[in-house]
Structure formats: C-alpha cells, structure tokens
Design a protein around this ligand. Structure first.
Ligand code: URP
Ligand code: ZN
Ligand code: ZN
Ligand code: ZN
Length: 497
C-alpha cells in the first residue's frame, strides 16, 4: 500500500549515532524503529542491507524562478524540487524576492502562488529585506506570526544592499521577533568601485568577476555584519561563506562571543575559481556566482575542513541557475553576467565525495551539515532533520559504494550547464522517500508535482506578537534561536565510521 513502508536491514544514521534498525512508516510519519517490528500485512518492504538510511537533505538556500539581474533563473519550483529529490534532498528553503519599496506580504503571497502547486517536496520560505522602514517591521511581524516565516535575508552588496544603519534595524527586528537574521556579506561599495575601474581598464571578461570582489571584500563584510548583529544581541546566519578569509573572520567573531552561523555551498566544496579563467566564455561565465569561487586552489578543502571542525555549520546549494544564453548578457561586461550556479541536485553527492569519501568527515557529520543543523536553525527539528519516532518520513537510502558521474546531459535540472560536469561521485540516493512516498525508486525518479507542502517555521519562543507594541519590546522580552554552534559531547566522543 502507498501509505505503508518498511525499510529493513539498513544502518540508520543520525547526526549523533548510527544504529542498525528497521524503519516503519505510515501515512508519511515514522511510526516504529527497531528490529523484528510487527507490521500490518501488505506493507511494502525495501531492503537496505549494506546501505545507509539517512534523513533527507534540507537545502536551506535555493532561488527558483528568481527575478535577478534583468532575467529569471530557469529552474522553477517544479524542476528545482524534482532535481532536489533526485539528488536526495527532501526539503528546500527558498528566498522570497522583495523588490525595493514593494510589500513583503504581497511578495510572499506571490511566491506561495508560484510554488504551492509545483513543489515535489516540502518547502519553506525566507523573505528578503531590500529596504528599510517601519512598515517593513510590521510586515515582518505578520509574516512571523501568521505565515510561518522565521528568517529574513539582507544584502550588503548589489543595488538593493542595506547600509549599516539599515542592517542594524533589520537585525534588531529579527532579534525582537525571534527570527533568524541572514546576510549576504560582501562590501557592495567596494565591488562597485572595483568593477568601474576594471571595466575602464578593459577587463571585461568573466575573469574580472573575482578581481572585483576579492576575499578581503567578503571578509570585511562578514566582520562588519557580525559587529552590527552583536550590538543588538542578534544571532546571525552568514549565507554562502566562500573563502578562507571569510571563514577566519567568522571564527574570530565567534571567539569574541558573537553568535554566528556559517553556511557554505556545494559549489565552493566541489569546484573552484580556476574555471572562471577558462578561455571559453560559456564555461567561465557558467561558474560565476557571488561571492565568487576562489582562485586559491586550497579553498574547497579548507572549507570542508572548516565544516569538519564546526568552524562552518552547514551547507546549501544557492541554486540560482541561468542558461548559457542568459549568461551571454555579460559577454562584453562581466558585471552583467547573471550571478548563480546549480547545486540543488548534486549537493549531497558532492559533499559525500569531498567530505566522507575523502575521509575528512564521517557519515554523522554528513547528516548534520546536509540536514539536521538546517532543521535546528530554522526551528523544524525534530519534525525534520532526523530519523526518529514521530518525525516526517523524509528519508534517503544512500548507497556509499555506488558511483555516478555528474553531467548536464543527465541531470534533472532545467539549466543547460553543470559546474560539476564530469565529476565522479561515490554516494548515490537509490531510494528517496518524501513524506512517506517513494519518489526515487531504485534510482528511478517518480516525483509528483504538488506533492510537497509549505512548512511553517515557527519563531523561537517566547514570541510576543503585538503589532502596536512589538517595536517597543526590549531584546530580552523574546527568546533566541537555539543556536548549535558547538558540537555536543556525544559528537566529540564519536568514532569515525
Ligand atoms: O550569485 C549568487 N549567489 N546568486 C544568487 C543570489 C544570492 O546572492 O544568493
Ligand atoms: Zn547571496
Ligand atoms: Zn566551453
Ligand atoms: Zn543565494
């Protein structure tokens, strides 16, 4: 029967433990765990002998159908979530674009309208703050209290960047609401000046992209964002940490008591900035995102080590894909190349290959950085991010011994390019179970459009919703995010499997 499933003989991996046990699922929920379970007749049985049974990936950073840099990203909520599921990710969190001056609520409603009927897996939404005034705060309050939005992204670069005082207000608002403050950390003013200068000198190709936004421009912004957040006692989530310098800035901020989470990307772990110097425009432009892939060839390994040591806490894809024809908008001016790359489908395999297969992290840490930590930060744990009684049945049967080769020719994404082209990865999601339904069945993708649900992310308690008085609340009136920045005792004791 469609609604009953038993996964037998596998090794169940959670962030803190690996246990040989069977998993019984009914109506989309994990109902029993253990050996010799008594289950109803007619239940479908999947044999997971020799394989790992892991929580489905949670990708906290996607941009489907994103209107950006005068075009729209090509993976929509159908194709994007289909690709996610094909790769072992069972939930994504996307960013609601709010254009300067426009209503946060209206933007949110239009995203719900676009996404609800298309998504093949569960999803939630962060909302972008692209300008600041009192009405923004009121709309944030409503999004938190009535719509299950508990995270807001700010930008320190691009035309819709906030200045320091606006960042201060936005972070303070997050603190008051018990929401997660997120930031794209690059010094936008320096990027504008550098870009002007490079173009004037005739540096117009994709190689100019990283030159215009070097590591220290990222690190400066990380440090400044941490300082501002700390002034209002707001925990901070730095999206897409792309460099060694930025990771060090983050660790230094943490060592002086700033509560900050660092997310890095599959792109940064699986490829590097050398591709942006390729003489083929399609190839180099295809690797352009911001902050850039770094030309220091040690960067991917440095970032993976930082994940291993918990100097960085989790991974996303930042999937924001543009076809070759769209990338051509920047043929004569690198600053017009739409910024963004793929990753929603390949994130799990790339991280397994570069992290677990290469021996830098174990399977438990893999689960933490691809799923559990995101669930905790966005207050969805233990409903999501673990295999436990009562949790949603979002599960992957992972075969660590099988390999696959990544290619745009075979991927499930809409985009016509893949930054991981030709990479051979150990680790294949043989079965992907989304809300109890087998959506990858012995490697055959069988997603259902609209099967996913919008997941409300509650703010961190105690939450006081009072639109008249919310702006008068003192920081201490509300609780904080349950930031997990240090490994637990259990994690420290863990042996590498
Ligand atoms: O280049 C990128 N990262 N594109 C997506 C938008 C963003 O800044 O995350
Ligand atoms: Zn960004
Ligand atoms: Zn080429
Ligand atoms: Zn992004």
């Amino acid at each position: 029967a469609q609604n009953r499933l038993l996964i037998k003989n596998g090794k169940v991996v959670n962030e803190d433990d690996i246990v040989e046990e069977d998993v019984y699922i009914e109506d989309g929920i994990i109902k029993q765990l253990g050996r010799n379970l008594i289950i109803p007749g007619g239940t479908r049985v999947i044999d997971a002998r020799g394989k790992l049974v892991i929580p489905g990936g949670i990708d906290p950073h996607t941009h489907f159908e994103f209107e950006f840099m005068n075009t729209t990203s090509v993976d929509d909520f159908y194709q994007g979530t289909k690709a996610a599921v094909a790769g072992g990710t069972t939930m994504i969190i996307d960013f609601v674009l709010v254009k300067k001056g426009e209503s946060l609520l209206d933007s949110y409603y239009s995203y719900r309208q676009k996404a609800d009927e298309k998504v093949c897996c569960d999803y939630a939404l962060h909302v972008i703050i692209s300008y600041w005034n009192d009405k923004v705060f009121d709309e944030m309050s409503i999004l938190c209290s009535e719509h299950g939005v508990n995270s807001f992204k700010t930008f320190m670069a691009y035309s819709f960047m906030l200045n320091d005082s606006e960042l201060y207000s936005a972070f303070e608002a997050c603190k008051k609401l018990g929401a997660v403050a997120m930031v794209h950390a690059e010094n936008g003013s320096i990027v504008f000046k550098n870009t002007e200068k490079l173009l004037a000198k005739g540096v117009t190709g994709p190689e100019g992209h990283e030159l215009s936004r070097p590591e220290e421009v990222e690190a400066e912004a990380v440090n400044r964002a941490c300082t501002i957040a700390n002034q209002v006692d707001c925990p901070l989530y730095i999206v897409h940490v792309m460099s060694k310098s930025a990771t060090i800035a983050l660790a230094q901020a943490r060592s002086r008591g700033v509560r900050v989470i660092g997310e890095t990307l599959a792109a940064a772990l699986g490829t590097d900035g050398s591709h942006c110097k390729n003489t083929c425009f399609q190839h180099s432009a295809g690797h352009v995102l911001s902050p850039p892939l770094r030309s220091d060839p040690m960067t991917p390994q440095y970032l993976m080590n930082s994940l291993a040591q918990n100097d960085l806490q989790l991974t996303g894809s930042d999937n924001c894909t543009f076809n070759k024809s769209q990338k051509e908008m920047g043929l004569n001016d690198f600053s017009k190349i739409p910024n963004g790359v793929n990753g929603v489908e390949d994130r799990m395999s790339v991280i397994w290959e570069k992290g677990v297969h290469s021996g830098l992290i174990d399977a438990c840490r893999f689960v933490a950085i691809t799923s559990t930590t995101a669930a905790k930060i966005f207050n969805l744990y233990p409903r999501k991010g673990c295999i436990a009684l009562g949790s949603d049945a979002d599960i992957v049967i992972w075969n660590p011994n099988k390999t696959r080769t990544i290619s745009a020719k075979t991927h499930h994404q809409a985009v016509d390019f893949n930054i991981f082209e030709g990479m051979e990865c150990h680790g294949v999601p043989e079965y992907v179970i989304v809300n109890g339904r087998v959506c990858v069945d012995d490697e055959q993708v069988k997603v259902v459009q609209g099967h996913g649900n919008y997941i409300e992310c509650p703010v961190f308690p105690p939450f006081v919703y009072d639109i008249e008085n919310a702006s008068k609340l003192k920081p201490s009136d509300n609780g904080d995010a349950n930031w997990v920045t240090q490994p637990t005792q259990k994690e420290n004791d863990r042996k590498v499997c």
